[in-house]
Design a protein around this ligand. Structure first.
Ligand SMILES: Nc1ncnc2c1ncn2[C@@H]1O[C@H](COP(=O)(O)OP(=O)(O)O)[C@@H](O)[C@H]1O
Ligand SMILES: [Mg+2]
Length: 157
């Protein structure tokens, strides 16, 4: 029913717009068979990606935009978060847990994104911007759990 559905949302890269992105992503994700805790995971991952565009991408520059897009394909969710800011010099390093260029921060944004989606792709070019692409399928649609992966099977989380 929702197969093939899409949305595109452009917001100014301001902290007060992170919640708009989070809620839009959540209501789009609710069109497919995610559990409430899986939708919470989508919200956290999208918040982290959009916050990064707000905090890091346009630091010290003119106000920029963030484009959030969603697509339902093969029963799964694809969400992208794109900015046109300064880019990430070393993506592999930026994705390391606790790596941050801002000592006030924890450097865990990418770790949360990785933990909460099935696939995380980071495309970035210096002075051109960054695009984060996240793919996630409902646990129910993934069939058997992978060995050692007990997400979605506990009743207490
Ligand atoms: N959209 C972005 N544009 C520019 N740099 C980014 C972007 N997203 C992440 N980064 C860089 O990657 C680092 C790690 O990001 P993250 O794991 O979210 O940690 P934190 O935001 O706490 O620093 C950031 O400190 C920043 O240097
Ligand atoms: Mg971050």
């Amino acid at each position: 029913m929702s197969e093939g559905n899409r949305f595109r949302l452009e917001i100014l890269a301001r902290p007060e717009n992170v919640g708009i992105a989070r809620l839009t992503a959540a209501s789009f994700a609710a069109q497919i068979d995610f559990t409430l805790s899986e939708i919470e995971e989508v919200k956290v991952a999208v918040s982290e990606a959009v916050s990064n565009s707000v905090i890091h991408a346009y630091a010290g520059r003119a106000e920029g935009v963030v484009v959030l897009e969603g697509h339902i394909e093969n029963g799964g969710l694809i969400i992208s978060v794109e900015d046109f800011g300064k880019g990430i010099e070393d993506v592999a390093l930026a994705r390391q847990p606790s790596f941050t260029t801002d000592p006030e921060r924890m450097g865990l944004g990418f770790s949360f994104m990785e933990a909460f989606v099935d696939e995380l792709e980071v495309r970035s070019q210096k002075d051109k911007g960054t695009k984060i692409i996240m793919r996630k399928k409902p646990e129910a649609a993934r069939g058997q759990c992978r060995p050692g992966d007990d997400r979605g099977t506990r009743e207490d989380d």
